[in-house]
Design a protein around this ligand. Structure first.
Ligand code: SF4
Length: 280
């Protein structure tokens, strides 16, 4: 898509399930490289407003593009590719948050950076969080944790809440779900614990793929051992993103998979509660 056409796409979307591709194709690779280094420019799928599921209170969410994982259940595979996102100067992203800052504070909400994987654009993330914190707005990140090592301890402290999407505990299962190992994810969790940073854990429950009791028990026991996990959210698998896989020409292995039953979700929640965690 050329720059003029891309510029007409609204930064705000109704939801992240809106399919967005090629919006940053016109940005030269050299500029992408320097943007990633400086954080002067970010690539975003969109901003969405009014979310009640991406952190405490009402959230303004910025959805970044680029991800290193290839989760078999990913709902937004259009966010895997950096240049599918809209190139957004840091200052414009800051102004977008500023528009909502007073409302977010009044509603005990805040700003959440999600993706994709936001730490694929760590300099943009860090600078945006610093600006949002300076507005007195609560900050949260939704991350898979794989690039947590890109943040310094002080940068981690500028994020009020880390919502970590735990795909699995064992390396084997993690590779089966995402295509990559999870050593760095576990290390990042341990670092958050050492820094006493508040965390929420998420676990996507997919029948036939992640509904393995031993795996959930291991995630739960690890989560409980951290001592900083305030809440666990079991996210039932759904098919809202299926059309994106098809339109992107990607092979989707879960086309015949149904959402978990209420009983299946209740069992998963019980596993985490049994480990002493607050789960729902
Ligand atoms: S980490 Fe998130 S964005 Fe990346 S592939 Fe997995 S579900 Fe999709």
């Amino acid at each position: 898509m050329d720059a003029e056409t891309a510029a007409k796409v609204r930064l705000e979307a109704k939801s992240p399930y809106e399919m967005r591709v090629h919006l940053g194709d016109h940005v030269p690779d050299m500029d992408v490289k320097s943007a990633l280094k400086s954080g002067d420019l970010g690539f975003l799928h969109s901003f969405t407003t009014g979310s009640t599921v991406d952190g405490p209170g009402i959230r303004l969410v910025a959805w970044t593009t680029a991800c290193m994982f290839r989760c078999r259940y990913c709902h937004n595979p259009d966010t895997w590719t950096l240049k599918n996102g809209i190139p957004v100067p840091l200052e414009r992203a800051i102004e977008e948050v500023r528009k909502y800052a007073n409302g977010l504070k009044a509603m005990n909400g805040g700003f959440t950076l999600s993706g994709g994987e936001p730490l694929m654009q760590d300099r943009f993330a860090v600078r945006l969080f610093a600006a949002v914190k300076a507005m007195g707005v609560h900050t949260a990140i939704e991350t898979n944790g794989y690039y947590g090592h890109n943040l310094t301890d002080d940068e981690i402290r500028s994020i009020d809440l880390v919502i970590l999407d735990m795909k699995a505990f064992t390396r084997e299962q993690h590779e089966a779900v995402t295509g990559l190992h999870n050593e760095d994810v576990l290390e990042f969790c341990n670092r958050l614990a050492a820094l006493k940073r508040p965390m929420w854990l998420r676990y996507v429950l997919v029948p036939g793929l992640t509904d393995i009791p031993e795996e959930m028990e291991a995630v739960a026991s690890f989560g409980a051992s951290l001592g900083v996990v305030e809440r666990v959210e079991i996210l039932p698998f759904h098919q809202l993103g299926q059309y994106k896989w098809e339109r992107l020409g990607l092979e989707y292995s879960l086309a015949a998979t149904d959402p978990p039953t209420n009983e299946g979700v209740a069992k998963a929640v019980a596993i985490f509660r049994d480990a002493g965690l607050r789960a729902d």
